[in-house]
Design a protein around this ligand. Structure first.
Ligand code: SF4
Ligand code: SF4
Length: 403
């Protein structure tokens, strides 16, 4: 079979990115995407002798918003004095929190968000059923990944995303001590999906995860060899340490400096091109190029949801399971796995099993059909099962016919 040429592969990546940016720009215009800028508390004019109405005029706040902020029932209550609601400091804090929540609320297109979650549930369920029946997924893989990019990124936009729920929840609480309930519900839904079926949402539903996955697969021949350069499997201890440090720095910057360090880099903005700055553009370009050589670099090195999901994965109900009664220890699954997960699963080192993205590459590579994605309990391989006398992978001489 002909190996794809590096030039065609590079051109494919460029065309893909240009297509995403152009179509996303158009889609944002159709959805009329609004920004999520929080009000600046320092700019508030507060005088305790003002009425609520005067306070609204001084700060350019419409009456309906004033009613929400101060919990007013009728128009006449707009004449209450600001001093009736507390000290200047208490008022500033209250106004800041309520305005932050109002800004969150008004920036959301609720119809679109409900539609996106409904589409996620349908799409992921269909893929789950399809994958259960279909052993050979590689011929459909790029099409399914592109469908996810198209649907959940280009058409439905950058928000919401699993990553955004973690990042924005932490940032909002750190800066104005406010919890935006709909976002917590969205985060609970995403984590519940991880609890149910490993990182299925990341594997097939996250608009950025599937884009990185697609680029990684574009740089592979049908035999799984890299077309441009080499594809590396980085040690989990390295990627997870960087991810943990990034998370801690992000959290510290949010609490101590009210600074969202992810925002200028946020690669989900590829689906909101008007919001990409110079730094973000350079970072996104580097990330997409890195995706040719490393499997899902953002997920492994930076993503806050990647980190949270990795912890929940430990108790996932449905996950990759190996039947050591039929396994012949050839370790073709380890070679097929785009990261170091399968090697760790075979070693049964439970604490350091990296993120498994339920991509099914290992199951497809197994010549004896010993791998499935099921609720079965993971079992230990027999002692020394994966070592022949030379310390190499066991030979595949005794491969039985696939069942
Ligand atoms: S880990 Fe990757 S796939 Fe999962 S939410 Fe983060 S970016 Fe998306
Ligand atoms: S190849 Fe298997 S173990 Fe590796 S990420 Fe995919 S599903 Fe998980």
């Amino acid at each position: 079979m002909n190996r794809p040429s590096p030039i065609k592969t590079a051109a494919g990546l460029v065309v893909l990115v240009v297509l995403i940016i152009a179509l996303s720009w158009f889609s944002n215009r159709v959805w009329d995407v609004k920004s999520e800028t929080l009000p600046e508390p320092d700019q508030l004019a507060i005088d305790l002798n003002m009425t609520v109405s005067q306070f609204g005029q001084a700060n350019d706040l419409p009456d309906p918003l004033l009613k929400i902020i101060f919990g007013l029932e009728g128009k006449s209550e707009l004449n209450k004095k600001l001093g009736d609601f507390g000290t200047a400091g208490q008022l500033a804090s209250m106004v800041e929190k309520k305005m932050a929540l109002a800004a969150e609320n008004s920036s959301k297109n609720w119809m679109k968000i409900f539609l996106k979650f409904a589409l996620w549930l349908v799409f992921l369920s269909l893929i789950f059923i399809f994958m259960k029946k279909q052993q050979h997924v590689s011929r459909f893989r790029k099409g399914l990944l592109f469908a996810s990019v198209l649907l959940f990124g280009i058409v439905m936009g950058s928000d919401p995303s699993p990553m955004g729920t973690v990042k924005d929840a932490i940032h909002l609480y750190a800066t104005v001590k406010v919890v935006f309930l709909p976002r917590l519900i969205a985060l609970a839904v995403f984590l519940a999906l991880v609890f149910l079926a490993n990182k299925y949402i990341c594997a097939w539903g996250c608009q950025l995860g599937t884009l990185q996955d697609l680029i990684f697969r574009i740089n592979q021949s049908s035999r799984g060899k890299a077309v441009i350069g080499r594809q590396l499997k980085l040690p989990f201890i390295l990627t997870n340490t960087v991810r943990l440090i990034f998370f801690l720095v992000f959290t510290a910057a949010a609490f101590l400096l009210a600074w969202d360090i992810v925002d200028p880099l946020d690669p989900f903005k590829i689906y909101k091109p008007a919001a990409i700055g110079l730094l973000g553009g350079l970072f996104i370009a580097a990330l997409l190029v890195a995706s040719l050589f490393v499997y899902r670099p953002w997920c492994h090195f930076f993503c806050p949801f990647g980190l949270a999901g990795w912890l929940v994965e430990k108790i996932s109900l449905v996950r990759i399971h190996v039947n050591y009664e039929t396994c012949i220890a050839c370790q073709k699954c380890v070679a097929a796995c785009p990261s170091t997960v399968m090697a760790a699963i075979l070693k049964q080192d439970k604490k350091t099993i990296p993120d498994c993205f339920a991509c099914y590459a290992c199951r497809e590579a197994c010549p004896t059909g010993s791998i499935d994605f099921s609720m079965k309990k993971r079992t230990l391989p027999p002692a020394n099962f994966f070592k022949n006398p030379a310390g190499q992978a066991t030979s595949c001489d005794r491969i039985p016919v696939r069942r």
